[in-house]
Design a protein around this ligand. Structure first.
Ligand code: FES
Ligand code: FES
Length: 182
């Protein structure tokens, strides 16, 4: 096992998490403890490693995307304790004892979050590269402001770039989700 694999708090067996995170339990190894989509994990490795790399390369979660790597596009956004965070420039040590949520933690294909459902209904994705960040940002917006205006939606998503230009469909999707949730 590499030093970057996940280690559960108690030593012994290994298990698979529902969203593809593989947890290997190891004795006598201190790690950075946090949770991903409700699953407790402990990361043993470089504490300055970007959270995005841990999520994608170590946890096998391919929702958050590497777009720019310099906090300029929003494709890597995740929720940390309910707040949106740019994961490409956030060291994993910064999420110690926190709850990290990706789109897989928001909802599943059997039980999608209203925002996920609305993005599908509005056909808001073209290539889909930006969509993880858009959904995370929209979910956080509706949590804080259940009935946003178009301008408030545009403001909230202003730092999430869509190269395919689906911003109109995305705004429609966020409005649909707001209606569904109210
Ligand atoms: S990849 Fe993180 S903001 Fe672009
Ligand atoms: S759907 Fe392609 S970048 Fe947004």
């Amino acid at each position: 096992m590499s030093e970057h694999e996940y280690n559960a708090a108690s030593p012994g067996a290994s298990r698979s998490l529902t969203d593809g995170v593989s947890v290997q339990e190891t004795e006598n190894q201190e790690g950075i403890d946090f949770s991903i989509n409700g699953n407790a994990v402990s990361f043993s490795g470089d504490p300055e490693k970007p959270l995005l790399y841990v999520l994608r390369n170590d946890a096998g979660l391919n929702g958050p995307k590497f777009g720019c790597g310099v906090a300029q596009c929003g494709s890597c956004e995740v929720l940390v304790d309910g707040e949106t965070v740019i994961s490409c420039t956030t060291p994993v040590e910064d999420v110690a004892e926190s709850e990290v949520t990706t789109t897989r933690g928001l909802g599943t294909s059997d039980d999608p979050h209203p925002v996920q459902e609305a993005f599908i209904e509005a056909q808001a994705a073209q290539c889909g590269y930006c969509i993880h960040g858009m959904i995370v940002e929209a979910a956080a917006l509706l949590e804080e402001n259940p009935d946003p205006s178009d301008e408030e939606i545009d403001d909230a998503l202003a730092d999430n770039l869509c190269r395919c230009g689906t911003h109109d469909e995305i705004r429609t999707a966020v409005n649909r989700a707001a209606e569904e949730m109210n």
